[in-house]
Every structure is written in C-alpha cells, then in structure tokens.
Design a protein around this ligand. Structure first.
Ligand SMILES: NC(=O)c1ccc[n+]([C@@H]2O[C@H](COP(=O)([O-])OP(=O)(O)OC[C@H]3O[C@@H](n4cnc5c(N)ncnc54)[C@H](O)[C@@H]3O)[C@@H](O)[C@H]2O)c1
Length: 325
C-alpha cells in the first residue's frame, strides 16, 4: 500500500490535494499532519460537503515541535507533499517565519535524501519580489532565474528553503525533490485563510453581498491567478515517475488585470457592479506577475487546463452556495 504524507493537508491547497489523492489513489494510505492554525476539519469532509468523506488519518501537530525523523521512520512514506507553512505574507516576525517555514523543511529534505522518498513542496512566486523588476517592466512572464530578492519575510523564507533544496540536490543528484512556485491560487476551501484568501474570493464575497468590489486605483495591476485544480494537477505531476527534480513555476502563464477579474465575476455572478477604487497602502506591491511555464512543461510534463476565467466559472457554484468547497 502506497503511503503518502501530506503536511498542511487541512489547509486550502493541501485539502484539495488530499481529496484528489483519495479519488485517484483509493488504495493509498494518507496521513495529514496539520496543527490547524489555519486548516480546518471542514476542508477534509467535515460537515459532509458534497457527501465527501476523508478516509485517511490526521495527526494534529506542529512540524516545529515534531520529531520529523521519528514520523517518517514510523510512517515510512513513499511521497511527502509538504504544504504546511506560515502562509500569511503580512507576518513580520522574521525569526518565527524562519523557525516555522525553514527549519522543519531542512529536516524533511535531509530525511528525503536519507530515506529516498519523493518530496514535493510548495515554494512561492513571492521568491520573485524585487528581482523580477525587469520582467515586470517588460510585462513578460517570470523566468526561474528572475527570483532571489523577495520583498517580505514570507518570500524570504521560501527562498531560503529553495537554497536548501538546491544544495541538497547538488550534493545528491538522485534525490527526488521538487519545489513549486505557486502564483496566486484561488478556489474552493480557501475561506479558512480569511484576509489572506485570494482577491477573487474576497471580491466575489463583496459582490454577492451587493457591494461594489474594492480594488487599488487604476485596476490595471495584473496577476497570474491560477485555479487550485490546476495547482493540484501540477503537484501530482511533480510526484510522478516522469518528473525531474528541480524548482518550477505553477501558474496559468498569463496575467489577468484586476479590472478584468471584476468583469468576469460580474458576468459569472449576474451582477453589474463597478469597481470602487482606493489607494494602495503597500510600499512595495507587485503590480504584475506571470509565470513562465516552459521549464515546468519540460520537467514535469504539466500544462494548465484552466485559464483564470475558466477557473472562476468552475468556482462560481461553490461561491454562490455561500460555502466554498
Ligand atoms: N495560496 C496561494 O496563493 C499560495 C501561493 C504560493 C505558495 N503557497 C504555498 O502553498 C502552501 C499551502 O498554502 P495554502 O494557501 O493552502 O495556505 P493554508 O494556510 O490554507 O495552508 C497551510 C496549512 O498548514 C498548516 N500549518 C501551518 N504551519 C504549520 C506547522 N508548523 N505545522 C503543521 N501545520 C502547519 C495550517 O494549519 C494550514 O492548514 C503553503 O506552503 C504556501 O506558502 C500558496
């Protein structure tokens, strides 16, 4: 029986991944490790959403205090999907960010190298930050080499994780390590993230309440908004036999402006609400993000199935139901 460990499996992306794993690999034994600081049992079939039930096991623990070697020695996973992290990009406590995000990861990487399990983990487009200035000015997709000067502690923690990944792979070329730079993910089960939920989720909530959607002045800022179903497909592809170790972008490959997101939502929700513009309070704000997917396609054999518009259309029934997911 294949044993698969999913850290952060009660969170937004993790729970979508768990659900797909259970559907596609019913024979597998799934273990979720999550300390539930952001995750919730509701994402794992709690309250009987869609009649779905999670058949696996859950350990409520923080990776920070956990003996990771003991965990992997006992569970003996073939694949570890590592999603757990402080995901609030506004957290400014840098020591906590490193202690939570980087330190357990370092142990996981060492264990993966030693025991030979596949490790697929969530990096972030936040690793681009200021170093992607050239790509932002040219409004071209971000290439892998554009990263390295993250603009916040969160992005910094993901960059340091990438450094650990790169060093481990250089020293152990046979290791199966894949890091995925997710761009702006949206979709069912993100409501647990509150103020860190996607702008698509937040705008839809305003519009469903009959309020004008609020965005920064101009509204021509553009992001690569990627649907969670595609993020899950990419994450599964990264654990597949054909996947090459490395770091990859995961997005749609296109930037969609905030004004356009509101147009799509108006069409999909049957509303006609004009944006209410307000001043951007952030000193540093990435006006533009877009993923270059050429390496992703070559290394993982994965391309996105949903455009941002198609993802929003797929998401709308859940948004309308008032209980995303
Ligand atoms: N959602 C996005 O747009 C996005 C973009 C880029 C990268 N990512 C990355 O993807 C991963 C999943 O993010 P998400 O959007 O699902 O966020 P999320 O906050 O919903 O999921 C993270 C989960 O990890 C758990 N967790 C956090 N720290 C933990 C710890 N120390 N020990 C055990 N459990 C812990 C939380 O309770 C939560 O369930 C994260 O690593 C995040 O950095 C997400």
């Amino acid at each position: 029986m294949t044993r698969i460990l999913i850290t952060g499996g009660a969170g937004f992306v993790g729970s979508n991944l768990v659900r797909r794993l259970q559907e596609e690999r019913p024979e597998a034994r799934l273990l979720v490790v999550d300390d539930f600081r952001m995750g919730t049992f509701r994402n794992l079939g709690g309250e009987g959403k869609d009649g779905w039930s999670f058949n696996g096991e859950v350990m409520a623990a923080s990776l920070r205090g956990l003996d990771i070697y003991e965990l992997v020695n006992e569970f003996d996973p073939e694949i570890v999907f590592h999603q757990a992290a402080i995901t609030d990009t506004t957290v400014t406590d840098e020591a906590r960010m490193i202690a939570d995000n980087v330190e357990p990861f370092e142990t996981l990487v060492a264990a993966a190298v030693q025991r030979g399990f596949r490790l697929v983990w969530a990096s972030s487009a936040a690793t681009y930050g200021r170093s992607a200035r050239g790509a932002v000015e040219a409004r071209r997709p971000f290439r892998l080499e554009d990263a390295g000067q993250p603009a916040n502690a969160y992005g910094f923690s993901k960059w340091i994780m990438e450094n650990i990944h790169r060093r481990a792979l250089a020293e152990n070329p046979a290791a199966r390590l894949v890091g995925l730079r997710y761009f702006n993910v949206f979709g069912p089960n993100e409501q647990n993230k509150a103020h860190m939920a996607s702008m698509i989720y937040k705008l839809s909530q305003q519009m469903l309440a009959g309020q004008q959607p609020r965005i920064f002045h101009g509204g021509e800022q553009a992001r690569d908004h990627v649907y969670v179903k595609d993020v899950v497909s990419a994450t599964l592809a990264a654990a597949g036999d054909g996947a090459r170790s490395g770091i990859y972008n995961v997005g749609t490959g296109r930037a969609t402006t905030f004004n356009r997101v509101i147009e799509i939502l108006n069409e999909a929700l049957g509303t006609r609400l004009a944006p209410a513009y307000f001043d951007n309070p952030y000193a540093f704000y990435q006006d533009y993000t877009s993923a270059d997917l050429s390496e992703t396609e070559a290394g993982l054999g994965w391309t996105p199935k949903y455009t941002t518009e198609e993802g929003i259309l797929d998401y709308v029934p859940a948004l309308r139901a008032g209980e995303p997911g």
